[in-house]
Design a protein around this ligand. Structure first.
Ligand code: CTP
Length: 421
């Protein structure tokens, strides 16, 4: 019997043994299932452990949370629980279940089932294996659907012909796994997937779920191959009626993003998935952008960014003015989120504009004044709104180099106060 556990760190093996002990003490079956099993076989790192248990999920999860000092969250209606451990490890517990879909794309109705039922409800054979962790059968692989064969043959295969109509988000998942692992979608599955695309199965799933799966593609280490594949499959219809995703434009952006992500000051500071998203829809009309906001949920700031897309070419044209002062660049960029400014930097074609945006992102956006509104108000007694205006002007003078130190700031502020009164 192959020991797939040897690819895991001793710390994770210890954790798995401890979870198994809790299940054994209660005479319950316990399996690792889904993506973690696939990744153990592929020797890929995965910090999410999915455990399926015969019963009493909540009891086992809370015992594990107690022992590991992890944070427990219980979803009683779904009979699932999550324990978040220090160091970013996550353990998801679920009771083995079977699912049926009342109509295509609907949320499944869930009832207790065997482990085989639980594996059968899953998306692809490579994600439908279970690995027993109970002491007496530790390491036994449950592989009723030939997932191991498909992993070896590098194939993405659905378990049954209704898989995409049951859950249309699997169209995106198939492409994501195919491109991530450099596998291929096997011919019958590809035929079913193409039908799902052609017949717009996505319409039967909730927009939120479908978009969440798309976001996972954008969050991949290298999203570009999947974005290209979706284009070839004509699978962007879920975004709207216009054709989205200009591939040559995206290829250029993706190379720039890859370089920027390697920079320490950039890697963690931006929502790269969102910058990809902006790039995918950047060339579309304002009407299309407004429709996106109706269809999918975004934060307030993201909504503003999407609506600003209609101006990106004109903002770059403004920034190309060689006479533009440093404070004017600051004022123009300050009204946008950092993600949007980064998007502008990426789509800018001239070095001069890139330098201006870099100076803003790396330096100017952090420049502050020594003086503050409170001190100014104490000195002048004029209302807050005007104080804000004065501080903004002093900051602009500081950016343009005419104000250098605290004394200069006070001098400039007093002059402005005099002019304002
Ligand atoms: N799953 C499924 N159908 C879906 C979503 C999930 O069958 N629409 C099952 C698969 O068995 C999958 C598991 O639930 O392996 C966990 O889902 P998820 O965390 O989304 O995927 P992973 O396979 O773990 O992929 P990743 O490595 O990207 O986390």
């Amino acid at each position: 019997m192959k020991n797939y556990f040897s690819n895991l760190s001793p710390e994770i093996v210890h954790l798995i043994r401890m979870i198994a002990d809790e299940a054994d003490q209660r005479n319950l079956s316990a399996y690792l299932a889904g993506g973690i099993v696939r990744d153990m076989i592929l020797k890929r790192k995965n910090l999410d452990l999915d455990i399926v248990i015969g019963d009493s999920t909540e009891t086992v999860a809370s015992a594990v949370a107690k022992k590991t000092k992890g944070k427990l969250t219980v979803y009683r209606q779904f009979k699932t629980a999550t324990v978040l451990l220090p160091k970013g490890l996550r353990v998801d517990f679920a009771t083995t279940r079977s699912e049926t879909y009342a109509k295509p794309g609907a949320m499944p109705s869930v009832k207790k089932g065997s482990l085989a039922d639980d594996l059968f409800r899953r998306d692809f054979t490579i994600n439908a294996m279970g690995l027993c962790i109970n002491r007496n059968q530790f390491g036994v692989l449950l592989d009723e659907f030939d997932g191991l064969r498909d992993l070896r043959q590098k194939k993405i295969r659905v378990l049954h012909k209704d898989s995409f109509s049951d859950d249309p988000t699997r169209v995106l998942r198939a492409v994501r796994f195919e491109q991530r692992f450099r596998f291929s979608i096997e011919p019958t599955t590809l035929g079913l997937l193409k039908t799902a695309v052609k017949k717009n199965f996505y319409k039967t799933a909730s927009a939120g779920r479908y978009f969440a799966e798309f976001k996972k593609i954008l969050d991949e280490e290298k999203p570009m191959p999947a974005l290209k594949r979706l284009k070839a499959l004509k699978a962007y219809g879920f975004l709207g009626e216009e054709e989205a995703a200009d591939i040559p434009f995206l290829e250029d952006i993706s190379q720039k993003i890859a370089r920027l992500k390697r920079r320490k000051e950039c890697a963690e500071n931006y929502q790269w998935w969102f910058i990809y998203f902006l790039s995918i829809v950047a060339q579309n009309s304002e009407k299309f952008h407004k429709k996106l906001l109706e269809e999918f949920s975004f934060t307030k700031e993201q909504k503003k960014d999407i609506l600003s897309l209609s101006q990106w070419k004109s903002i770059l044209a403004e920034l190309s003015d060689e006479q533009l002062s440093r404070s004017c660049v600051y004022k123009r960029l300050k009204e946008f989120s950092f993600d949007f400014v980064m998007f502008l930097r990426i789509v800018a074609s001239s070095k001069d504009i890139v330098d201006k945006i870099d100076r803003y992102l790396l330096k100017d956006c952090r420049i502050t004044l020594f003086i503050n509104g409170h001190d100014l108000q104490k000195e002048s007694g004029i209302p807050g709104k005007k104080i804000g205006f004065i501080l903004d002007r002093v900051l602009e003078q500081k950016l343009d180099g005419t104000v250098k130190n605290k004394r200069d700031e006070w001098k400039a502020a007093r002059l402005l106060l005099k002019q304002e009164c």
